[in-house]
Ligand binder design. Structure first.
Ligand code: ADP
Ligand code: MG
Length: 323
């Protein structure tokens, strides 16, 4: 039903950056090692994501766009075990109900690929095409059929800032994947994809940050927390950066952010900024990633204990590096 689909789209697809996040996650889930993101006019006019992942078989392609169609879980229990980024099967159907979408895709087993065009959720055309393995999805004229939502989009510049931020986060979080980012036909950024996190951090944020990092690798209860935090020279920096990934998902968690800020403050009282790139591996059943439809916010089972133990562990590391 069309109306229901439009309402659902509001949850997952708020703005261009949410489209990009969902599409990149699909590319990562598809095993891509190279992902090209191209935008025009803050993603409002055009978003094009090209990956070299597994592709979608021509017999499955239309199914992928159905609401709640997902190839990633078989039962509701799988939701709690999943390590793949997507699992609700909502993104594609939501995106195509509020824009014009073209998908070109091919699996390694097929000779020809499939090209599908949709407008406001309706299939306009379907044809077999010659193409390389992988998937390209073009989303144009976002919200062209939902003026009320379109009105809430910000300036190109402001939408672009959010898009750049999420691409930076994916690049650092997935150092094995080569990301390329093109904005209004101009190449903004290209990561190496050689698996080295510090290389990615340098490519995205420059040497000042990548040269002042301390490696972190700790276990708190059943969690492994690893990555980099900036050393105590961070107070000279005018930038605050917190990248936190839980089982590969870039997330926001206030308890965690607070504990990082507090740790810096207690060791370096003048410090106003904290910089970290941290991965957390945790049993999926101990973290709730589904409290927000866009999966940005997470909640831990026992946030208070996490806050305290994590803060004191970080303080220990910062103190040692200060000597
Ligand atoms: P979810 O990611 O939650 O499964 P989506 O609506 O984002 O739901 O995608 C639906 C399905 O389409 C996925 O489960 C996957 O099978 C397929 N798919 C989407 N994007 C890609 C891609 N880039 N490469 C291969 N398959 C894809
Ligand atoms: Mg998805």
């Amino acid at each position: 039903d069309f109306t229901i689909n439009k309402i659902a789209a509001g949850e997952v697809v708020e703005r261009p950056v949410s489209v990009i996040k969902e599409l990149i996650e699909n590319s990562i889930d598809a095993g891509a090692t190279r992902i090209i993101v191209e935008i025009q006019e803050g993603g409002k006019k055009l978003i094009r994501i090209t990956d070299n992942g597994c592709g979608i078989d021509s017999s499955e392609a239309e199914k992928a766009f159905l609401r709640h169609a997902t190839s990633k879980i078989k039962s509701i229990e799988d939701l709690y075990k999943t390590f793949s980024l997507g699992f609700r099967g909502e993104a594609l159907s939501s995106i195509l109900s509020v824009s014009k979408v073209q998908i070109v895709t091919k699996t390694a087993c097929e000779k020809a690929g499939t090209k599908l065009s949709y407008e406001a959720g309706k299939l306009i055309s379907r044809e077999a095409v010659g193409t390389v393995n992988g998937t390209t999805i073009i989303v144009s004229d976002l919200f062209f059929n939902v003026p009320a939502r379109k009105k809430f989009l910000k300036s190109d510049r402001s939408e672009t800032i959010q898009i750049s931020d999420i691409i930076n986060k994916f690049s650092v979080g997935y150092p094995d994947i080569k990301f390329e980012y093109i904005n209004n036909k101009k190449e903004m950024f290209s990561s190496i994809g050689d698996g080295d996190v510090t290389n990615c951090i340098r490519a995205v944020h420059g040497k000042d940050i990548s040269q002042n990092l301390i490696q972190v690798d700790m276990e708190i209860r059943d969690m492994r927390i690893w990555g980099y935090i900036s050393n105590t020279s961070v107070y000279r920096n005018n930038k605050s950066l917190q990248y936190v990934y839980i089982n590969g998902r870039t997330v926001r968690n206030y308890a965690l952010s607070n504990s990082i800020n507090e740790a810096y403050k207690s060791i370096i009282p003048l410090n106003k900024h904290s910089i970290c790139f941290l991965n957390i591996n945790i049993d999926p059943k101990d973290v709730d990633v589904n409290i927000h439809p866009a999966k940005l916010e997470v909640k831990f089972k026992d946030e208070h204990m996490l806050y305290k133990e994590f803060k004191s562990a970080l303080e220990g590391i910062l103190l040692k590096s200060n000597i």
